[in-house]
Write a protein that binds this ligand. Structure first.
Ligand SMILES: [Zn+2]
Length: 406
């Protein structure tokens, strides 16, 4: 099949066109049409496909174009299923969803400019570009970039936008190509389409671009992360800058309203809140320690001595291992004190502590428990801890441990 004449190569502002149907097929289980010419951009080069409509003036039928794919030079227009298709040779009109296309033109051209900025300002080459409805990113092939470098590149890129440089696309022969300082080598051979933005960027590119850099509007870096040894920079151009500002503003204002401050006072207010929270946490930890010590002494007192030993059993659901150890240690710090303390999220953690004068071995007591309820543990004669694998058998295990302790 003959290659589709791509009308957007010459005019990326063309939103309506007339064409002849040259093929009808099924692609990805959807009806698809190929035309002799098309202004629809097929997905490629990091730029998503256009959307829009095809219509047949004779029958009055209209098909939403749900995807556009390029295959061996042919542009396939994937249509929503369910309607009869026009015959080969029929004349159809096409209409591009301009809002979506112009957004892609802004993001895509902005990417050329930002990539030129990163190579010029930071010597950071762009390895890949990704544009979706949600985000725009480039991966820079450098190990690291500091914040100042990123803002310097952003400033350089916006200056290039506001210079309102001409953006020109032309096909050049391999011989002519050697005279053009391309940002990176072309991925295709033969005649190559070169897109030049003033003299700041020359790239081999088949995408759609505005006529002048000023139409990109603005370029804003929104964030950056390390990604597989590269730096992934998320950014937005044109109307997406406004959308990003709105989203961040909404988040900042909601947080500021909660704290009864203005958005500008947020960092200070959050720092104050964090300091207060840390102070409270310290106070709570200390209060908890004091309370645990009091309760440990109380449990000890309430346990009648048998043969000079007091075997104190305590179950504290959800209590973490550090606190369990502290409580067991408090009990074992008292004369003849033997503590068997159970806690943890599913009550599977056991701490056994024995006073020196009790003559008992914490490891042996714990072993009597794990023999019944499974699990494992270890420690010293004074302090042992472990986990049981069958918490359901815990009360039986507790009885075994108490017997062993006595
Ligand atoms: Zn391009």
């Amino acid at each position: 099949m003959e290659a589709t004449r791509r009308l957007y190569y010459d005019n990326s502002y063309l939103t309506e066109f007339t064409a002849q149907v040259v093929a009808v097929a099924e692609r990805d289980n959807q009806p698809a049409l190929a035309l002799d010419c098309s202004a629809f951009y097929p997905e490629g080069g990091g730029q998503p496909a256009d959307r829009g409509w095809l219509a047949e003036p004779v029958s009055g039928q209209r098909w939403p174009v749900v995807d556009v794919q390029g295959d061996d030079g042919v542009v396939w227009h994937l249509l929503a299923a369910g309607q009869p298709l026009p015959p080969i040779g029929a004349t159809v009109t096409g209409q591009i969803d301009w809002a979506r296309r112009f957004d892609h033109m802004q993001q895509h051209c902005g990417q050329h400019i930002l990539s030129a900025a990163f190579i010029t300002v930071c010597n950071a080459p762009t390895a890949s570009f990704h544009l979706s409805e949600r985000s725009v990113t480039i991966d820079l092939a450098v190990a690291g970039l500091d914040e100042d470098q990123i803002w310097a590149a952003e400033t350089w890129a916006n200056a290039a936008v506001w210079q309102n440089l001409p953006v020109q696309a032309r096909f050049v022969t391999p011989a002519e190509l050697t005279q053009i300082p391309l940002r990176k080598p072309p991925a295709v051979s033969g005649d190559v389409r070169v897109v030049s933005i003033g003299d700041i960027d020359h790239s081999a590119c088949g995408g759609t671009h505005p006529a002048r850099s000023g139409e990109v509007g603005a370029i804003a870096v929104l964030g950056w992360t390390r990604q597989r040894g590269m730096i992934r920079v998320e950014f937005a151009c044109g109307n997406r800058v406004i959308a990003a500002l709105r989203a961040r503003d909404a988040a900042a204002r909601a947080a500021a309203a909660t704290l009864s401050v203005s958005w500008a006072e947020l960092p200070e207010a959050v720092n104050r809140l964090r300091a207060a929270q840390q102070a409270l946490q310290r106070e709570l930890t200390q209060t908890q320690r004091d309370l645990d010590a009091l309760r440990a002494a109380q449990w000890y007192e309430q346990t009648p001595p048998v043969n000079g030993k007091r075997v104190v059993t305590v179950t504290l659901p959800g209590v973490g291992i550090e606190r369990l150890r502290a409580i067991a240690g408090q009990i074992a710090g008292l004369p003849g004190g033997i503590a068997i303390v159970v806690g943890g999220i599913d009550q599977s953690q056991v701490v056994v502590a024995c006073a020196e004068d009790s003559g008992a071995d914490a490891r042996a007591i714990l072993a009597a428990g794990t023999a019944v309820a499974g699990g494992r543990g270890g420690g010293t004669a004074r302090l042992a801890q472990g986990g049981v694998s069958q918490p359901a058998a815990l009360s039986e295990a507790m009885t075994a441990m108490v017997e062993r302790a006595r």
